[in-house]
Design a protein around this ligand. Sequence first.
Ligand SMILES: [Zn+2]
Length: 486
Amino acid sequence: MNEILNLDPREVWRQFVDICQVPRPSKKEGKIIKFLEDFASTHGLERHTDAAGNVLIRKPATPGMEHLQTVVLQSHMDMVCEKNSDVQHNFDTDAIVPYLDGGWVRAKGTTLGADDGIGMAAELAILASSSVKHGPIECLFTVDEETGLTGAFEMQPGFFSGKILLNLDSEDDGELFIGCAGGVDTLATFAYSTELVPADYAAVCIAVRGLLGGHSGDDINKNRGNAVKLLTRLVWEAAQRFGLRIAQIDAGNLRNAIAREGYVVGVLPQSKRDEALNCLEALRSDIVAEWSDVEPSLSIAIESSDMPAWVLDQASQRNLLNALYACPHGVMAMSRSLQGLVETSTNLASVKMLEGNRIQVTTSQRSSVDTAKVDIANMVESVFLLAGADVVHSDGYPGWAPNTDSEILRIMRDSYKQLFGEEPIVRAIHAGLECGLFLEKFPGLDMISFGPTLRGVHSPDEKIDVATTQKFWKLLLDVLTRIPKR
Ligand SMILES: [Zn+2]
């Protein structure tokens, strides 16, 4: 532990080591809330905890800096709890044990919680300091960022007063984040009736496996194969040309993941079976060849199967297959203000058979532009309405549209350039951040997100780069002195 305490900036690592002592799994933040409240009391600082468990600690300006605008410094207090299977660790009670490994700090067989413990540590170091110069500060610590953004969702307008917010939850030195995507899920439900399998039919199973999948936001621009789409392509063809009838369908899994595998069990008329299998086999090789560059492990199996007892009625099957084939998937629009940023996308996530003769199709839409998010969700809805499905949307969450004219962006860019002699990269991400939710409740908030370099986050390989932690601290202190006057 001493090796960590001796790292620079010492005042930050000291706080980080203290934070490591406090268990803080998502949705079990009681101990860390108490720790923060005690910290505020010890330092004689005003503090508030809201109903969700979010903690706000205020620190007045240092002498001579009272004329600056209030700045909100924000991090999340929960951490992802992952460990290697051979490690004994109870995240509800045990301290995280950080150690130095070359230029990195990591933990012994567990996640380190530098996401976002390092953001918290920087805030505590400022709150505890008598030498750091700054205007009025509000340090905001949210709960449950990792498993639902609950703290940000439930925060009430007025909980903090600053109009500038620095989110300390990014993972790449040299990159400033100025936007994120909002999201909404669109669920379509088909009702079907069953029919007995007609005489003289043979059973077949078509299975798609081995796709890369990935996150439906971060990876949507990688043009990976979608198991729902590939499966539909094969089954649609076999149904149109040879009268395949579906008995079972199952593809994809999580709403926020690109579908990696799926299968259909169906029946084909005996008289057309050989021709149909030849045709499917040819289509199989075409698809594998088309995708060989991005999906080298894709495998499509077309095999005989046990005879099912019943199949979907003709009309339901036709509606389902046509809707799955027509439903958009992937990137819909690229940002016109930030090069390389996906603005709008949709993920055809899964098809599942439910009890009560229903089939549910789950899709998920994202956009940094809230009106575009509604547009793509409606577009997906319209496809399923045409096919006679019932469609509902989730409540969703708002995005944070990039503002390249932001004043805090200008300040941070100047500061980074002057301190380190390099231009930082300005980016946005195509996934949800707490910032999108803040903006909804605190309109006009000028926000930016930055942090030191972390790798392997959310896994036991999580590690934080010591040198960039020092840069992060320097940048933060410098920016605090450049905050505009009231
Ligand atoms: Zn985080």
